[in-house]
Write a protein that binds this ligand. Structure first.
Ligand SMILES: *[C@@H]1O[C@H](CO)[C@@H](O)[C@H](O)[C@H]1NC(C)=O
Ligand SMILES: *[C@@H]1O[C@H](CO)[C@@H](O)[C@H](O)[C@H]1NC(C)=O
Ligand SMILES: *[C@@H]1O[C@H](CO)[C@@H](O)[C@H](O)[C@H]1NC(C)=O
Length: 437
């Protein structure tokens, strides 16, 4: 009896040990395989849909400054502002990462009913999207069309920048320009720019290019940043400013300006957010046609900063190459659509963002209500400014003169027409009277 008891106890103890050992092993294996605690499993609900917005990869300087010793295409053989081989590799790697994270959403074979890819109409973002897709969709099975090429074509859609209010956000919007100009001439802003005046003057003098705004300073900082990445020695004068807090802050601050007020955010980023929220709602209610699972947007550092700032989660910084925002939709057991936003700006796993007033997993209804102030009802109409609201200088005097001349011509023509009409009428009256007579 005692012996049997003992036996049972030892079997139980053994079981616990084996079980524990297995569990531990499993946990370590997970950490080893994934290299992280499983973020996806932590959030409530099942992952259904994702929007991915990323910045292009490593590129050459867009426009070096006049006194730049590296201002010569012989140092940058791919041309100005172009994606480099490093940039291609970075995006290929991000594509591989997306494949791993979203393997439950995407079939391993490409289908246009799974994914849609949109890029701004700029070489480096188009090429980044293509490099990314090479990682995301390495051809499998019947899609292998040439065994020597581990790549297949995947469509990347684009719109000319000046016609694109959504991703490039460069379609004309006079109300936005007016709002931005008012911000920049506001006492708060003028006082801030004043604090940087000495820096801006120093940069202008040394670079041979006028630096008047935070954006000008940011561009210059960016050229220096790229050259230092490429181990090109920077001129002596840069030692006083480059890498120092003042210039770095000015360069970072430039990213907050485009969406500084809620109105600016609404007109700049509103159309993109509105599209994303609408599509998430369509997906959650079974109305998305085709019923895709992933949307990719290939864009710029400004896009990343604008989206984060419009969502009120931007911590002032310059978004690095391949920085990536994911907007994930999960559906929980009660059929509630839940939205989470992640930011991945290093090669490590992404940070889940705390949506202000809602947390890391936000019901879609609440999310839409929280950001109602930045979702335009009719963007085109909101972008218009009536002449009544303009100051004397703003109203385009050339156009006004043109309109005035047109009105005068119209009045002249009208009075000429009336004159002829009355003459004829008098003539008719006259003739009819004469007939009566
Ligand atoms: C400005 O330079 C700093 C390094 O000094 C860098 O971290 C930052 O990304 C740069 N910003 C831009 C816009 O290039
Ligand atoms: C620049 O130098 C660093 C350190 O020596 C090196 O790791 C890096 O690869 C170099 N970068 C380039 C683009 O040559
Ligand atoms: C990454 O993002 C976090 C959160 O916005 C920010 O605080 C940090 O400065 C960023 N780092 C880089 C290298 O971009």
């Amino acid at each position: 009896m005692w012996k049997r008891h003992c036996c049972l106890v030892s079997i139980a103890v053994l079981c616990i040990f084996v079980g524990l050992g297995n569990a531990l092993h499993q946990a370590y294996a997970n950490v080893e395989v994934e290299g992280r605690p499983d973020q996806l499993a932590k959030l409530p609900g099942e992952l259904k849909f994702v929007h991915v917005i990323f910045r292009h990869g490593d590129r050459t300087p867009v426009d070096p400054y006049p006194t730049d010793p590296w201002n010569n295409l012989k140092f940058w053989t791919t041309g100005w502002g172009q994606l480099t081989n490093l940039g291609k590799q970075e995006h290929y790697d991000l594509g591989k990462w997306l494949r791993k994270r979203y393997s439950s959403l995407l079939s391993s074979r490409y289908s246009n009913e799974d994914i849609f890819v949109q890029s701004t109409d700029v070489d480096r973002t188009l090429m980044s999207a293509q490099s990314n897709l090479a990682g995301l969709y390495e051809p499998q099975g019947e899609d292998i069309w040439n065994p020597a090429i581990k790549w297949q074509p995947i469509p990347v859609h684009t719109t000319p920048e000046k016609d694109d209010p959504i991703l490039a956000a460069k379609a004309p919007c006079p109300a936005y320009d007016y709002e931005l100009a008012s911000l920049e001439s506001s006492p708060e802003f003028v006082a801030l720019a004043d604090k940087y005046r000495d820096l801006f003057e120093y940069l202008s003098e040394k670079s041979g290019r006028s630096v008047k705004t935070f954006l000008d300073a940011s561009y210059l900082n960016n050229t220096l940043f790229i050259e230092s990445l490429y181990n090109m020695s920077l001129p002596e004068w840069t030692n006083k400013v480059y890498g120092h807090e003042e210039l770095t802050y000015a360069a970072n601050f430039a990213f907050a300006i485009n969406t500084y007020t809620r109105k600016l955010a609404r007109l700049k980023t509103g159309p993109l957010l509105k599209d994303i929220f609408q599509r998430i709602d369509d997906k959650a209610t079974g109305r998305l046609q085709p019923d895709r699972s992933m949307w990719i947007y290939s864009a710029h550092d400004t896009t990343i900063a604008n989206v984060l700032n419009t969502l009120k989660v931007f911590e002032l910084h310059s978004p690095p190459y391949v920085a990536c925002i994911t907007v994930e939709l999960r559906i929980d057991d009660h059929n509630t659509p839940l939205v989470s936003v992640f930011y991945k700006n290093t090669t490590a796993e992404p940070l889940p963002l705390d949506i202000p007033g809602c947390g890391p997993s936000c019901p879609l209804k609440k999310l839409t209500a929280l950001y109602q102030d930045v979702l335009p009802l009719d963007w085109e109409r909101e972008c218009k400014r009536s002449t009544m609201m303009m100051t004397y200088e703003e109203a385009n005097l050339g156009a006004a003169t043109g309109i005035l001349i047109l009105i005068i011509i119209a009045l002249l023509l009208a009075s000429y027409g009336l004159m002829i009409y009355y003459r004829r009428r008098n003539y008719k009256l006259y003739t009819s009277y004469s007939q009566m007579a």
